[in-house]
Ligand binder design. Structure first.
Ligand code: AMP
Length: 309
């Protein structure tokens, strides 16, 4: 089953303790689409400028990603520069240039209107809501957000949350949304705002899923589930780890016949697997050249990491 993703397609300048890269292909929708493309078909809704050329396009095409919803506008693509020199778990943003993204009004190709799986990557919640409302047939909707929207556009974000099956956020965002510092209370606080489940990512320490009552066909409240992250000796570039997690997570779910709590738990592992690949090289490089066999082999490593006889 295909997934439609709406979000940023960007150029990123990234500096980490491992080095610096100028203007590499990035954006939340890009990382998500590449990661999910190993599991299912992916359709992108985004906008790029005249600096997005055949070289960038070929990265998507090589993975069979549908770009009919990628609008080309006059001007420059979204540009983001950040570094991880002080903290590998959190980017320090140096520059955000919205460029063509500033006037982005998502246009949904007719061919996408039947899509049952929708991912609302980190963009203005007003746009997230607009896309969600324009695709009422989507039977599972996952979404992401960030501190900027939580702090300065809270009312708009609160209108998006009840429409989500899963909200994927990190620890800091869960605390910001809920106002709670305790992890469990923060997750419950987020669930009270409407999403059926929340996946809280802990950077290099894995992720935890918290479920609302009756979510994914269960009779009661499924217990929280924690998935690991792979201990790595070198994190080259953490950019896009969260979006790659989301791509692995949702891509796996969309590839399954039914969405049950057991499927969601396995999806958490696939999310961790794709996040662990993403950080091994700069930008999207590692996500471009994977094979399903490599992904499944790493899934087994994740299983070993947590298995108890
Ligand atoms: P992540 O590291 O998973 O949180 O996502 C990193 C990607 O998000 C980068 O490739 C950026 O281009 C993109 N990004 C950064 N800031 C924003 C923003 N304000 N809106 C949309 N995308 C962004």
């Amino acid at each position: 089953m295909a997934i439609t993703v709406v979000g940023s397609v960007a150029f990123d300048t990234i500096e980490t303790p491992a080095g610096r890269r100028e203007r590499c292909l990035g954006g939340a929708a890009t990382y998500f689409a590449l990661a999910a493309s190993y599991f299912t078909e992916v359709q992108v809704i985004a906008v790029v400028g005249e600096d997005f050329g055949p070289r960038q396009e070929s990265v998507f095409k090589a993975r069979g990603i549908d770009l009919r919803g990628l609008e080309r506008a006059r001007g420059k693509s979204f540009f983001w520069a950040g570094n991880y020199l002080e903290n590998l778990n959190e980017a320090k943003t140096e520059t955000t240039e919205l460029n063509v993204f500033g006037d982005f009004s998502p246009k949904i190709p007719e061919a996408y209107l039947g899509t049952e799986f929708l991912f609302l990557a980190n963009i203005d919640p007003v746009l997230q809501k607009r896309v969600r409302d324009a695709m009422p047939q989507a039977r599972m909707v996952c979404g992401d957000t960030m501190n900027y929207w939580i702090n300065d556009h809270r009312d708009n974000l609160l209108k998006v949350l009840p429409g989500l099956d899963v909200l994927l956020i990190n620890d800091t965002e869960a605390r910001l949304i809920s106002g709670e510092t305790n992890a469990l209370l923060a997750a419950r606080g987020v669930l009270a705002l409407g999403p059926k489940a929340v996946v809280v990512k802990h950077g290099e320490y894995g992720a935890t899923a918290y479920f609302g009552e009756g979510s994914f066909g269960s009779k009661d409240v499924p217990r929280p589930f924690r998935s690991p992250a792979l201990p790595l000796d070198l994190v080259v570039d953490p950019t896009g780890a969260g979006d790659s997690f989301a791509g692995g997570f949702f891509g796996y779910i969309a590839s399954q016949k039914e969405v049950t709590p057991a499927v969601v738990r396995r999806a958490m592992f696939y999310g961790g697997v794709m996040g662990s690949f993403a950080v091994e090289k700069f930008g999207t490089e590692r996500l471009q050249g994977l094979s399903r066999a490599e992904i499944d082999a790493r899934f087994e490593v994740f299983r070993e990491l947590t298995h108890l006889d």
